[in-house]
Every structure is written in C-alpha cells, then in structure tokens.
Design a protein around this ligand. Structure first.
Ligand code: 3HC
Length: 293
C-alpha cells in the first residue's frame, strides 16, 4: 500500500511545514506545498531554499540531488490541487478554527482514500478527525523542530483511527527516515508532555531571577548533555507553541505543575514568539533584560 504512495501534500509552509515538505521530497516523494497566498508561499519556498542550500554548502547534498529534490516539489495556493494526494500533512498554526477550515476543505477535495495527518503539537487529534467525514483516515504525524534533523515522529492514534491508517503512516514515517512512535491522543502526546513543562520550569526560574538565561541554558546543556538549553529551545520551537501546549496540559489535567509561567503568557501577549518573530528570550536581545516580576 505505502509502496503505491507517490504524492504527498503539505498544507502550511511555515518553519515546520517547510521542513516536513523537505523531508518527504528528500525521501523521493512528489510533494505539493500549499499556502494561503503568494506571499506565504514565497516565505515557505524561502525556508526550503535556505535549508537545501545549507545541506549543499555542508556537502550533505550534491547540486544534482538538490535539483532532483526541487523537481519533486511543487507549490500552490489552491487546496483544490490536492485531489489526488495519497497523504496530506497539515501544518498550519495551532488554532482550531484554522484546522476546521483546512480539514473541511481536505475532506471535500481529496479522494476518499487520502489519509489526512495533522502535525498539531497541542490540539486534540480526535477533535480534528471529527471535523471530517473520514475520521478513520485521520491521525497525528508530529514532527520535531528542525524537522529535517530530528529523528522522532509521533504517530498519534485516536479512538476513531483505523489500524490500517496507523500502520500506513508509521510505514511512511520509516520511509522518510524517521523513528516512529505510536502514542495516544492525550495533551502533549509524549514528547511535548515532558519537554514543554521542562521549558516552562526554566522560564519560572528565569522570571524569579534565580539565574540568567545563559546560566540556565548552560547548566542544562552541561549537566544533561543536551544540544541546547530550554530557553534557547523555547525561542526555536516558538514561545506561542510552548504556551499552547502548557494550556492544553492544564485544561486536560488541572494540575498546578502545568500552570504556564506568567512570563510565557506575557511574551505571547506581546508577540514575542521567539526566533520566528525576531523577539524572544534571545532573539532580538543582545542583552538579557533584567526580569521584573
Ligand atoms: N533545518 C535543516 N537543517 C538544520 C536546521 C534547520 N533549521 N538547523 C540545523 N540543521 C542541521 C545542520 O545543517 C546540521 O546538519 P549536519 O549535521 O548534517 O551538518 C545539523 O542540523 C546540526 O546543526 P548545526 O551544526 O548548525 O548546529 P547544532 O549542532 O547547534 O544543532 C540543532 C542545531 C539540530 C537545532 C541542535 O541544537 C538540536 O538538536 N537542538 C534541540 C532541538 C530539539 O530539541 N527539538 C525538539 C523541540 S520540541 C518540538 O519541536 C515539538 C513541537 O511540537 C513544539
């Protein structure tokens, strides 16, 4: 079945969507990237060009390989072009109204066999599946940032997903070089249920003035051998994404350890979403501001 899969749609070409499109194209799939308008499409292509350019510069890809990958990538602003996609991965911002719009369209447009996957990091996959008339063909396929690099792909199953759909998506994840782990649809799934509260705890230490952002990040890096500290990681994955995950954990469990740090919420209110917004714990700040609780 998976052997017959040729065409993969990716809806939303932000940081994650562009990375996901790259991963599928590099694995030999024809990928159709969809964005809402031409400006967003151009930005998405920009992410892809930069990432492929970096791989060439590092000698990880030859010019010929890059050209072959680029030939497998097409771009459109029309979801109608996804009619014959075998798998569509949605990677639009984390708002249920946007997911409703996208999944409503995909359900109407895509052939009945098309499997629909969401890269959501904070919303319920079961609820997203219920927006369609084919919930048995909807699962989560959750990538980690940067998608071309991080090996894990969570395959999120639901009470309505069929075993066949889960098997196919798991097989697809292997085909693109990821390590799939099947997890249930609970807030944060597995990786974010562990990672994001840890980031949140680092924000709490920072806003209480226990240590500087550099001291917090260096401590964790050197203590646990991680490639980057929690505040740098928050900037990279998006402070808005971290808050969204904390809020779903809170909603689901009402456990005080899942209460979002006030500074996390204030930064989101201010539009300081991290690297993508040019403002975060490090982004746009050479000097760390003194926390004022
Ligand atoms: N796109 C593509 N490739 C990238 C990249 C990007 N954005 N950023 C880095 N890379 C590649 C580099 O090209 C390099 O490739 P190579 O080994 O083949 O030469 C490799 O990654 C290492 O990059 P660098 O040498 O430039 O830099 P580092 O060694 O500092 O690594 C990092 C950068 C890979 C981001 C590393 O710091 C890291 O692994 N950080 C932790 C990331 C992490 O924990 N992600 C999970 C976040 S949680 C999440 O995403 C879930 C969501 O739902 C919130």
């Amino acid at each position: 079945m998976v052997q017959e899969f040729k065409k993969v749609g990716v809806v939303g070409l932000g940081t994650m969507g562009a990375g996901i499109a790259e991963v599928f194209a590099r694995a030999g799939f024809n990928v159709i990237g969809v964005e809402i308008d031409q400006a967003a499409l151009d930005r998405g292509r920009g992410h892809l060009d930069k990432s492929l350019g970096r791989a060439v510069a590092k000698g990880k890809l030859t010019e010929e390989e890059r050209s072959a990958i680029e030939e497998r990538l097409t771009f459109t602003t029309s979801r109608e072009d996804l009619t014959d996609a075998d798998l569509v991965v949605e990677a639009v911002p984390e708002r249920m109204d946007l997911k409703r719009d996208v999944f409503g369209d995909l359900d109407r447009i895509c052939k009945p066999e098309t499997i629909l996957a969401t890269n959501t990091s904070s919303l319920s996959v079961t609820e997203i599946a219920a927006l369609t008339g084919r919930p048995e063909k909807v699962v989560g396929l959750h990538f980690f940032n940067p998608a071309p690099v991080m090996k894990l792909a969570e395959v999120i199953t639901t009470v309505s997903a069929s075993a066949e759909t889960v098997d196919i998506v798991t097989e697809m994840a292997k085909r693109i070089g990821k390590t799939p782990v099947t997890v249930g649809d609970r807030a944060g799934f597995v990786a974010n249920a562990l990672l994001v509260p840890y980031i949140n705890d680092a924000v709490r230490l920072y806003e209480r003035g226990v240590a500087t952002r550099e001291e917090i990040d260096e401590s964790v890096k050197k203590a646990a051998g991680l490639p980057m500290g929690p505040l740098a990681l928050a900037d990279m994955v998006g402070i808005d994404v971290c808050l969204a995950v904390m809020d779903v954990l809170w909603d689901e469990y009402r456990d005080p350890r899942y209460a979002a740090a006030p500074l996390l919420r204030r930064m989101v209110a201010a539009g300081h979403y991290g690297r993508k917004a040019g403002r975060g714990f490090y982004a746009g700040r050479d000097e760390a501001p003194e926390p004022r609780p």
